[in-house]
Design a protein. Structure first.
Length: 255
C-alpha cells in the first residue's frame, strides 16, 4: 500500500531527536511522499534541510501561516515571494485564515491570503489552505479569485456536507486527517457523501494524531490509520482509498 501524506510538519522541533527514525518508519508503512507546508521565516531553513536530506520523500511548500500574520506581515510575505522566485516548490502554503486563537489581525490575514493567492497564480502552483474557524472567510476570498487557474487543498477539512460541496465546486480537494478518527469529529456524517476523487490524506503531524494515539505526537507512520477510517466511512476497499488519494495528491503536486 502506497500513501502520500499531503500535509506534515516533519521538520518540526518535536522531531529534532528522531526525525530520521520517523521518516524511516513512515517509508516502511508505505508513506512514500510527505509534503511539508511552511509556517514563516523561522521554519524555512530546517524544512529545506529536511528536503535536502530526503529529496525523494520530503517535498517543501512555501507560504506564510495565518497564525504568523501580524502587523508586520509584509516582511514575511516579501520572503515568501523571494523564495518562490528562487526555486521550485510543490505549492504555496500553508496559508489562509485562523480565527480560533485571535481575531485581532483578521484584515491582515485576509490581505496576506490574497497576496499568496496571487503568488500561486503567478507561479502556477496549487495553494494549501488553513481554515480553522474561518471556512466562510477563506472560501469567500478563494471563490472571488477562482478564474479556473486556481487549485489546491482545504487542509484539515472538518466541515459540513454543504461546505464539502463548495470545496468540490471550486475545483479544490479536501485534506482528511486524524479528525476522521475522532468520536465527535463530525466527518462520519460527511465522508459518506463525498467522492474519493475529491480527497487527499494528511497527518498535519505533529498535531491531531489519530485514534488510538490521540493526544500524543502525530507522525506520518500513522497515516494508514486515517486511510482505514476513510475506507470504513466511505465503504470503499482500503486499497482503493490508498490508490485514489495517492493519485489525487500526485496529480495536484506535479513537482
Amino acid at each position: 500500500m502506497t500513501l502520500v501524506d499531503s500535509h506534515a510538519h516533519i521538520y518540526s522541533e518535536q522531531f529534532k531527536q528522531d526525525r530520521e527514525e520517523a521518516l524511516a518508519q513512515a517509508l516502511e508503512a508505505g508513506v512514500e511522499k510527505i509534503y511539508m507546508p511552511n509556517i514563516d521565516h523561522t521554519s524555512i531553513d530546517v524544512m529545506l534541510e529536511t528536503e535536502e536530506k530526503h529529496p525523494e520523500q520530503c517535498i517543501a511548500m512555501m507560504g506564510l501561516h495565518p497564525t504568523s500574520v501580524n502587523k508586520d506581515f509584509e516582511q514575511e510575505l516579501y520572503l515568501v515571494e523571494e523564495w518562490l522566485g528562487k526555486r521550485k516548490f510543490a505549492a504555496v502554503g500553508e496559508c489562509g485564515i485562523d480565527l480560533y486563537w485571535d481575531k485581532t489581525f483578521l484584515p491582515q490575514q485576509q490581505e496576506a491570503l490574497k497576496v499568496q493567492v496571487a503568488l500561486a497564480k503567478k507561479h502556477r502552483l496549487p495553494i494549501v489552505l488553513h481554515t480553522r474557524d474561518s471556512f466562510g472567510e477563506t472560501y469567500e476570498i478563494i471563490a472571488a479569485a477562482q478564474d479556473g487557474s486556481l487549485k489546491g487543498i482545504f487542509h484539515c477539512f472538518s466541515g459540513t456536507v454543504e461546505q464539502a460541496t463548495k470545496v468540490k465546486e471550486l475545483g479544490f480537494l479536501m485534506g482528511i486527517g486524524g479528525v476522521a478518527t475522532f468520536k465527535n469529529g463530525g466527518l462520519d456524517k460527511v465522508l459518506p457523501h463525498v467522492s474519493l476523487d475529491d480527497v487527499v490524506l494528511e497527518t498535519d503531524c505533529p498535531y491531531l494524531a489519530p485514534v488510538p494515539h490521540r493526544g500524543k505526537r502525530n507522525e506520518p507512520v500513522y497515516l494508514p490509520l486515517v486511510a482505514r477510517r476513510v475506507a470504513e466511512l466511505m465503504q470503499k476497499p482500503l486499497e482503493e482509498v490508498a490508490q485514489t488519494t495517492t493519485q489525487n495528491a500526485l496529480n495536484l503536486f506535479t513537482l
